[in-house]
Design a protein around this ligand. Structure first.
Ligand code: TLP
Length: 341
């Protein structure tokens, strides 16, 4: 099977498994796992934040940030296709008792004027806008990279308005490699930032949230409330450290493969599909022919040995990653073209 459903499907490499096997461990609920501590220090430094906290998932990292940066009854501005709004099971309502206010971005990118319009005036009968969540790269917009200049202007607008910013940087690594902008620069435009090691970087489990020392102190309590306090988690932190050391630069291969997938599809599909511009490792494919639905295409492709996911009734998503080769990506794209042409 050529599995392009997500970059989460990768299996740990031999080198990564060796690093995991050798990891020094301790009880992280007591703060005594040396490998977890090293990961948190390394990531906090890379992200230019005072401290960081290892979490079992990206969802937990995002939800901890929302819980710590809001009060019950607040409103949080998100982009309409954001992961936090669509794929985190109404967790902000359940965990933080907040309401999400979706704003339509252009390829996931929000502009200051839109945020200004979305900001609630101060009135006792209105919710209080307290947080903006941004996503970089933006998953469902097709792996788009948030322009650093736009982030800077959002940051200064938010500061003036007294609103905090959380950055869902599950794939911030891909943004870094594609744009050359250092993660520290992106994360300087937010109060808190989450990153994932289990997507393009190939670790089996693990994400992290970074911010001020005071934020991480509260975040540790919220992680515990959510059942995310782990014990000898150094085995997982070792995979994350290995991933940061060895698997960031190679993301450019995934980006090249994704571009090649889209180009091949454009050549071979005879206008039966169009792709969102490919900036990183995610390809969003819109079916233009009337006769096929996305679910039918997914089924037919599965029979031919290729896995993709549906991103809408007539939209598909393919994601390149370290466990698929150039030839496999090429052949998947040709098979897709054959199914839909
Ligand atoms: N995204 C998954 C699915 O949930 C859609 C994927 O296959 O892309 N933020 C962003 C931007 C994400 O894309 C994801 C995972 C998360 C957060 C959540 O991470 P996990 O799955 O570790 O909780």
């Amino acid at each position: 099977m050529i599995d392009l459903r997500s970059d989460t499907v990768t299996k740990p490499s031999k080198g990564m498994r060796e690093a995991m096997a050798k990891a020094e461990v301790g009880d992280d609920v007591f703060g005594e796992d040396p490998t977890v501590n090293r990961l948190q220090e390394t990531a906090a430094d890379l992200l230019g934040k005072e401290d960081a906290l290892f979490t079992p998932s990206g969802v937990m990292a995002n939800q901890i940030a929302i819980r710590c940066l809001t009060e019950p009854g607040d409103e949080v501005i998100v982009e309409r296709n954001a992961h936090i709004l669509n794929y985190e099971t109404a967790a902000p309502a359940l965990i933080s008792s907040v309401q999400l206010f979706p704003v339509d971005g252009s390829r996931g990118i929000l502009e200051v004027e839109q945020l200004r319009a979305a900001l609630r005036p101060s009135a006792y009968y209105m919710p209080r806008t307290s947080l903006i969540c941004l996503e970089n790269t933006h998953n469902m917009a097709g792996g788009s990279v948030f322009p650093i200049e736009t982030m800077r202007s959002i940051r200064s607008f938010a500061k003036e308005a007294g609103i905090r910013i959380h950055l869902d940087g599950a794939r911030l690594w891909n943004a870094w490699v594609a744009s050359g902008v250092h993660p520290r620069e992106y994360s300087a435009q937010a109060d808190t930032v989450s990153v994932c090691f289990s997507k393009g970087l190939g670790a089996p489990v693990g994400s992290l949230v970074a911010g001020s020392r005071e934020f991480i102190r509260r975040a540790r309590t919220v992680r515990k409330i959510l059942g995310g306090g782990m014990r000898q988690a150094g085995i997982l932190a070792a995979a994350a450290l290995y991933a940061m050391q060895h698997h960031v630069e190679r993301l450019k291969e995934d980006h090249e493969h994704a571009r090649m997938f889209a180009e091949t599809l454009a050549n071979d599909a005879g206008g039966a599909a169009t792709c969102e511009p490919v900036e990183t490792n995610i390809i969003i494919i819109h079916l233009t022919g009337r006769e096929r639905s996305a679910s039918e295409v997914v089924r037919k492709l599965r029979d031919k040995g290729v896995l993709l996911i549906m991103a809408g009734p007539r939209t598909l998503r393919a994601v390149t990653h370290m466990d698929v080769s150039r030839d496999e990506v090429l052949s998947a794209s040709r098979l897709l073209a054959r199914v839909i042409a």
